[in-house]
Design a protein around this ligand. Structure first.
Ligand code: PMP
Length: 326
């Protein structure tokens, strides 16, 4: 679907997958107006196909567009595009557990010209790909590197938007994490390098105590972390299961101290791609430590099962999160 200044959205098309022709002076290449989303279509036990909270993705896409001075795609248009592509690709939606059809909506400037200002032409596109488990080897705790040198986002920046530049800026820290033998980066706040923000492509959760009364805490939306849809869903799902939940500031020292005195029992990361992944160990320039027992914790696994059960139609969809397509 194209957008042109003065004309709005026009020319929606469903076309075979193929390369795009890009002008060397395409404004996206120079000034980076590029945003995207990620969501999944699941084949449920009864054979029907549904997406998880597409309206939430559509709304976050609008928020990202506003932050990058791009036009907002109407929520209904976003959801309709998702429906059309999933219907078209229905045979590509896997039926095995943990597998899904990953959908990638995105928008970028198509105006040709040099000069820093919002472009006056954009293209919204949607592509899809079957997806298996995010981490090879199944649910295995990941090791994380606390990034103290680089930050992903700063106050007033674009951290709460899902824009391409945020990911470009994260690559060098991801390479540092890999060089340290870690799977993922954990980002800290830009000002004090003290508060936990999020992981590479996932939000974080901290579990205090054990069993049904374990307290589930996630870093509050600081303005520089991405408001994850999985994060939001888990706040509600954990409450349904009887857990006290909170959004709060959590420092590196809180993490280390809670771990040392045993009050912090589990840490996990969550996002569309990985659903829920336990965090097993932490490495930084200051200290290294193992999280809890270093194994997937029972609260983490219970929340994971509960969310997957809703997504795959094995549990009732009490929040109306599933959008049935066919
Ligand atoms: N943080 C970042 C930086 C991400 O890229 C993602 C993935 N979209 C998330 C968190 C998790 O968000 P969601 O649960 O909406 O997938």
């Amino acid at each position: 679907i194209r957008w042109t200044e003065g004309r709005g959205w026009h020319d929606a098309q469903l076309v075979p997958y193929g390369p795009l022709e890009i002008d060397p002076a395409n404004m996206t290449l120079h000034y980076g107006q590029s945003i995207f989303e990620g969501l999944k279509a699941y084949r449920r036990a009864d054979g029907t196909i549904a997406t998880f909270r597409p309206t939430a993705n559509a709304e976050r896409f609008q928020a990202s567009a506003r932050r990058l001075a791009m036009p907002e795609l109407p929520v209904e248009t976003f959801v309709e595009a998702v429906e059309l592509l999933v219907q078209q690709d229905r045979d590509w939606v896997p039926s095995r557990p943990e597998q899904s059809l990953y959908l990638r909506p995105f928008m970028f400037a198509t105006e040709v010209g040099l000069g820093v200002r919002p472009a006056n032409e954009y293209l919204f596109m949607l592509i899809a790909s079957p997806a298996g488990a995010y981490f090879s080897g199944g649910v295995k705790p990941v090791s994380v590197w606390l990034s103290e040198e680089y930050v992903r986002a700063a106050p007033g920046g674009t951290g709460a938007a899902k824009c391409a530049g945020n990911y470009a800026a994260s690559l060098v820290a991801q390479a540092q994490a890999a060089a340290q033998g870690c799977d993922q980066v954990v980002w800290l706040d830009a000002v004090e390098r003290r508060w936990i923000e999020e992981m590479g492509g996932m939000n974080l959760y901290f579990v205090y105590g054990e069993g049904d009364s374990a307290r589930i805490v996630t870093p509050e939306l600081s303005g520089s972390l991405l408001p994850g849809i999985t994060r939001d869903s888990l706040l509600r799902l954990a409450a349904d299961l009887g857990h006290p939940t909170a959004e709060a500031r959590i420092s590196v020292d809180d993490w280390k101290a809670g771990n040392a005195d045993g009050t912090l029992t589990e840490v996990f990361a969550c996002g569309t791609a990985a659903v829920i992944t336990p965090v097993g160990s932490v490495k930084s320039t200051r200290a290294d430590w193992t999280v809890g027992a270093g194994e997937p914790g029972p609260v983490t696994m219970r929340l994971r099962e509960a969310l997957l059960a809703v997504q795959t139609g094995q549990a009732p969809d009490t929040h109306g999160w599933m959008h049935t397509i066919c």
